[in-house]
Design a protein around this ligand. Structure first.
Ligand code: GLC
Ligand code: CA
Length: 554
């Protein structure tokens, strides 16, 4: 399997919500194997699976108890081996999700630390509190509350940047780093073709001080030894096989650091996820508010990353959706009247960019946010914590719920909609258990079975986008230039490569818009669009229909 990551597309699966084969209401690894032909038909090259290792599931597997074994709820080691082999037969490689910033407090290392074993205590950050007994620093956990948990028997606190059951690993300790390398090598030997490293830019802590004007992130984000640690991990594990593809999840990162993380010859990672473009409907870093998405900011951020990463010969992962994000068609498109058009438009923007596109399960059929009306329907620890925190600040339950409905990670976690049956085909109609999280009732309209039969579906449009990247070098290798960046309606850019040119233009809104500053299209051919006809005036303006997207090639 020889692949070029620049021509590749990755499909992300959240196994718990993908397909349940043993009727317990939880998706499983056999469910992924069962759907390989579907994934293959989309045309992708890699499948990224979020964690299915042994875990108490407080953060749905991002709290790992044992990196070498499979959580029985997801299946067995044989299931994993079969999945790797079956995907390989279809020309697809698996990417595993490695959580190395923290482990579950159920992990053997943490348990031994809690028994007072000094070797393992040094795997974590145990620190004395302040003289008044309060936490060592004022840092705030990403899921709300203090980032420190008090342990009475040591009269010390341990650091958890995420849930209290996710204890941060001390990467200063070389024994920790060696353990991590061994885990990566173990999975490489099983035939895994890539890795996604969870919040990897948080592993190097600069020191433990109060953050007078923030939540502490400046002390541990892109920390002082991060590049050294990544180079070391690369050299001692995945870097030994040049075919391995890696992507780092970079939380609140800076572009300057990403030039290093994902530089073509820096010896760190293949590419990076950054998230600034998905905060344009936040208030600064505050997610739990309702503000309209800022389109100008969205473009400015995306183009800034596109242009500068290219200039520094570094590579982006490009995406709208994952298991931590609301569904993009609900977020930046239209779930209603222009559902299909807007889903295709959003897909066009991402798939023609410079970078490796990621498709998150259900995005290719235009799945929408949840239709939950009660907090009891939500499952995500971050959502539930913040629902409480908002009310502690004085907000009414109904206002707090409204915010959770819009921003909850559960929007991306409802079961994959395969068909119109009772549980959308996620689990059998006579299943022994309800799905762990409710199926969206719109599965009678939004489902894979219908779209596979319909040539004009979102699924088939994504299939074309993915194939186009393989056919046209300009998409994979070309330079990028933003077009009419200040335009309030249109998202447009030009790609160029060895005498070829591509123009991509998208009307981001649900109203007609005449784009007068469209570039000269003489000699270009329209190779893709979400409307059959595109109207170009005698003066060369494009009369764009609601959410229209067009791709021209020369
Ligand atoms: C990443 C994961 C998210 C998880 C967190 C802590 O952001 O994508 O799902 O909760 O890391 O591991
Ligand atoms: Ca199951």
């Amino acid at each position: 399997m020889n692949k070029d990551f620049r021509k590749s597309t990755v499909y992300q699966i959240y196994p718990k919500s993908f397909c349940d084969t043993n009727k317990d209401g939880l998706g499983d690894l056999r469910g992924v194997s069962e759907k390989l032909d579907y994934i293959k038909e989309l045309g992708v090259d890699y499948i990224w699976l979020t964690p299915f290792f042994v875990s108490p599931q407080n953060d749905n597997g991002y709290d790992v108890e044992d990196y070498y074994n499979i959580d029985p709820r997801y299946g067995t080691m044989e299931d994993v081996e079969e999945l790797i082999a079956e995907a390989g037969k279809r020309g697809m490689g698996l990417m595993f999700d490695m959580v190395f910033n923290h482990v579950s407090t159920n992990h053997e290392w943490f348990k031994k630390a809690m028994e007072g074993d000094p070797y393992y205590k040094d795997f974590f950050y145990f620190r004395k509190g302040k003289p008044d007994g309060s936490a060592p620093t004022n840092w705030v956990s990403k899921f709300g509350g203090s980032a420190w948990e008090y342990v009475e028997k040591f009269d010390e606190y341990y650091l958890h940047l995420f849930d209290v059951t996710q204890a941060d690993l001390n990467w200063e300790n070389e024994n920790v780093r060696r353990e991590v390398q061994n885990i990566v090598k173990f999975w490489m030997e099983k035939g895994v073709k890539g890795f996604r490293f969870d919040v990897i830019n948080l592993i190097s802590k600069a020191g433990f001080e109060d953050d007078p004007d923030g939540d502490g992130r400046k002390f541990y984000t892109d920390g002082p030894k991060i590049h050294q640690y990544l180079k070391e991990l690369n050299a001692n594990s995945f870097g030994q096989d040049p075919q391995i593809v890696t992507v780092g999840e970079m939380s609140s990162t800076t572009m300057e650091n990403c030039f290093q993380y994902a530089g073509a010859d820096t010896g760190e990672l293949t590419m990076v996820f950054s998230f600034h473009h998905l905060k344009v409907d936040f208030m600064g870093n505050e997610k739990w508010v309702l503000v309209p998405a800022d389109f100008q900011k969205l473009k400015d951020i995306m183009f800034d990353w596109q242009v500068n990463m290219e200039e520094h010969n570094a590579w982006n992962a490009v995406f709208w959706c994952n298991h931590d994000q609301p569904r993009v068609v609900s977020r930046f498109g239209d779930e209603g009247k222009y559902w299909k058009e807007s889903a295709k438009m959003l897909g066009t923007i991402v798939h023609c960019l410079r970078g490796t596109p990621y498709v998150y399960q259900g995005e290719e059929i235009g799945m929408t946010n949840t239709d939950f009306t009660d907090i009891s329907q939500f499952r995500d620890v971050e959502s539930l914590n913040n629902y409480q925190i908002l009310q502690d600040k004085g907000m009414s339950p109904s206002d707090a719920l409204r915010i959770i409905q819009v921003h909850s990670r559960d929007n991306g976690r409802t079961p994959m909609q395969w068909d119109t049956s009772r549980y959308a085909g996620f689990t059998a109609e006579d299943s022994n258990a309800e799905p762990w999280i409710a199926v969206n009732s719109n599965h009678t309209k939004v489902n894979a079975a219908d779209q596979l039969k319909d040539e004009d579906s979102i699924f088939h449009y994504y299939q074309k986008l993915i194939a186009m990247r393989k056919d046209l070098d300009v998409i994979a290798y070309g330079d990028i230039e933003p077009l009419d960046q200040k335009n309030p309606s249109v998202f447009a850019y030009r790609r160029t490569y060895e005498g070829h040119e591509m123009i991509v233009a998208a009307n981001f809104y649900g109203r007609d818009y005449e784009w007068k500053k469209a570039p000269e299209l003489e000699g270009f051919e329209k190779i893709l669009g979400n409307y059959k006809e595109t109207e170009v005036t005698a003066e060369g303006a494009i009369k764009m229909k609601p959410y229209e997207a067009v791709v021209y090639y020369k």
